[in-house]
Write a protein that binds this ligand. Structure first.
Ligand SMILES: Cc1cc2nc3c(=O)[nH]c(=O)nc-3n(C[C@H](O)[C@H](O)[C@H](O)COP(=O)(O)OP(=O)(O)OC[C@H]3O[C@@H](n4cnc5c(N)ncnc54)[C@H](O)[C@@H]3O)c2cc1C
Length: 481
């Protein structure tokens, strides 16, 4: 039996909604007893903190937290919920609970790192021990740099430099602890920001749409549709991990086929919300039986694309707002509201684009190939700023994250570090013939009437020329300044 007087640690959960392979939780249990908290954070006056969750992620997090609460409770660990500015909430809670230490898993977006740094200093000034732990990434972004530079700008050298590194062993679920006194929980609940899961308001608005779509007459929203496709939380994550073999088998040849439900792993929301750790997935992929070297390597390579995105996001503050290539600040976008609406609601008249946008709306997820095609269509054929598409994806993807989303949008739009050349304009009709030759994907997401009734909103050849002209205009502005 453990002594009740052992040290008490507050573990602040953020984007790590799991109890296994959780270094902060493991270390806290090794020190004694644990109380956990998750905060729905608002950015402070200096803009520090995580980007406010989009609608689909709010739904996911709500569901996932309810499972985490249960899993932690099996371990005797209470999970508190709070809403507001974490720079106020975490020190106040630490004080009320009289904890000895605070631990958390690191996050890497610059605005969150600066906030965490402030909180760490504040807690240390109050005499507390504070530790931040790795776990969200395989490679800490500051540990990899090319000769003569501070960070990698191209994926392949990054991959070559970091992919062989030792990532350590997957940590087990910590052992159960004795129940903490109810007095302790009561004292935490006296903190005004503490609430219950529903009180976080994560589901507010998700029944009718959110962001720009809140008032639109679009298709029905997530509570009717999205929940049919996913089971957020640790048990759903464990089942998804069991299916990993299907996601990797044949990956090197089939991963671009959007109609094949198993052509990719669909683990992105699990990684996004930390229900599975990248280390756990890497280990599982390395040891999966009956997988060819090509399939294994190409899937693991994708895991490292995620690492690369975070590497860039760490080194580029405000990557969701500003182009990595500054010359794109002068790109002459043509932000036509009606065109954006048609794209968002899957009514462009190009079936692959419309099927993708419908899949996104109905499931909160879209196949990578179709993400590239829809993003290219918005930024090049419709000449819309990539930020508008990025924001839409941010609001509607269950895997929307602060690195992969803006980095991928910038990659497609040509403004990224390792971007697709601007003249690479995906032709949605050719992409359809190549990757969905039997219209299996299109038939899954578009009804025949929608498909037949929507006429194309732009001509592909004309709009491609207009995009290339716009690019030339940007280059001549750059040359003359
Ligand atoms: C415009 C655009 C926006 C995107 N936004 C996001 C986003 O917000 N969140 C997100 O996780 N991914 C994003 N991606 C990358 C990619 O589309 C998804 O990671 C992938 O489709 C997830 O499906 P999966 O889990 O089946 O991937 P798999 O193919 O099974 O790959 C395994 C894991 O590797 C990572 N991965 C795969 N492809 C990429 C990639 N191209 N870049 C970075 N990581 C990758 C993901 O974490 C994924 O879960 C975006 C891509 C584009 C073109």
């Amino acid at each position: 039996m453990e002594a009740a007087s052992e040290g008490l640690t507050l573990v602040w959960f953020r984007e790590d909604l799991r109890v296994h392979d959780h270094a902060a939780l493991t270390a806290a249990r090794a020190d004694g007893h644990v109380i956990a908290v998750w905060v729905r954070e608002s950015r402070d006056d200096d803009g520090l903190g995580p980007r406010p969750l989009g609608g689909a992620c709010r739904w996911w997090v709500h569901e996932s937290l309810s499972v985490l609460e249960e899993e932690l409770s099996h371990l005797g660990i209470p999970l508190l919920f709070a809403a507001g500015e974490s720079a106020t909430i975490i020190p106040e809670l630490a004080g009320r609970l009289d904890v000895d230490a605070v631990r958390w898993s690191r996050r890497y977006a610059p605005a969150s790192r600066s906030l965490d740094g402030r909180i760490k200093t504040e807690l240390r000034n109050r005499g507390l021990t504070v530790h931040s732990h790795p776990g969200a990434l395989l490679v800490e972004p500051w540990t990899a740099a090319p000769q003569g530079g501070d960070h990698y700008k191209v994926f392949t050298p990054f991959w070559k430099a970091v992919s062989g590194g030792d990532v350590g062993d997957v940590l087990p679920v910590p052992v159960e602890q004795p129940r903490l006194s109810t007095g302790l929980i009561d004292s935490a609940q006296a903190c005004a920001a503490v609430t219950d899961l529903d009180g976080l308001g994560l589901l507010d608005g998700t029944g009718t749409g959110s962001g720009v779509f809140a008032a639109a007459d679009g298709p029905r929203w997530w509570q009717d549709t999205i929940s049919r496709h996913w089971t957020p939380g640790l048990r759903g994550a464990a089942a998804a991990l069991e299916d990993l073999h299907a996601g990797i088998d044949g990956y090197s040849t089939a991963h671009d086929i959007p109609a094949d439900g198993a052509s990719t792993s669909r683990l992105s929301p699990r990684l996004r919300h930390g229900e599975l750790s990248p280390r756990q997935l890497l280990r599982a992929a390395q040891t999966a039986e009956g997988i060819t070297v090509d399939d294994r390597t190409s899937w693991i390579r994708q895991l490292y694309w995620r690492e690369f995105s975070w590497h860039l996001a760490y080194h580029h503050p405000d990557i969701d707002a500003w182009p990595i290539r500054p010359e794109f600040n002068d790109f002459p976008y043509d932000d036509d509201e009606g065109a954006l609406r048609s794209w968002q609601s899957g009514q462009t008249g190009y079936p692959l684009v419309d099927a993708g946008m419908t899949q996104l709306w109905e499931t909160g997820w879209m196949h990578n190939r179709v993400r590239m095609v829809t993003a290219s269509f918005l930024t090049k054929n419709l000449l819309h700023h990539w930020r508008h598409g990025e924001q839409w994806f941010w609001d509607t993807l269950v895997d929307a994250d602060e690195a992969n989303n803006p980095v991928s949008w910038q990659w497609v739009a040509g403004s990224g570090a390792d971007a697709a050349p601007f003249f690479r304009v995906f032709n949605p009709e050719r992409q359809r013939k190549r990757f969905d030759p039997d219209d299996a994907y299109i038939d899954e997401w578009l009804s025949e009437t929608t498909d037949a009734e929507t006429s194309p909103i732009v001509d592909l050849a004309d709009s491609r020329h207009a995009a290339l002209d716009a690019y030339d205009q940007m280059k001549s502005t750059e040359a003359s300044t």
